[in-house]
Design a protein around this ligand. Structure first.
Ligand SMILES: [Zn+2]
Length: 98
């Protein structure tokens, strides 16, 4: 999975920036709702960056749905399971064939 530089949610463009550790207070990343930007700590491993992206995407999705005050534990649980799905999925089931 490649981390996108930008994506859209409900017609709004979001940006993803890989930044120095001090820009995210030495956390893995952060989701800035006002600027629709996900920041990811450049010092983390590629795997951690992908996990952080999925986590912060969860915050962006919840905010887009109107849940500004959402639960961090649910975000992290869903993010971990979505990440597991993404790295373990295999094969294609093409429902559009014939
Ligand atoms: Zn979080």
């Amino acid at each position: 999975m490649k981390i996108p530089k930008r994506f859209e949610l409900a017609g709004n463009t979001w940006w993803v920036k890989i930044v120095p550790a001090d820009a995210v207070s030495h956390n893995y990343g952060k989701c800035a709702l006002h600027s629709r930007t996900i920041y990811i700590n450049e010092e983390e491993t590629p795997e951690q960056k992908r996990q952080t992206f999925i986590h912060e995407l969860g915050h962006a999705i919840c905010a887009t749905m109107g849940y500004q005050d959402h639960d961090e534990q649910i975000i992290e649980g869903v993010a971990q399971l979505v990440y597991q799905f993404m790295i373990t999925k295999r094969g294609k089931h093409d429902v559009d064939s014939d």
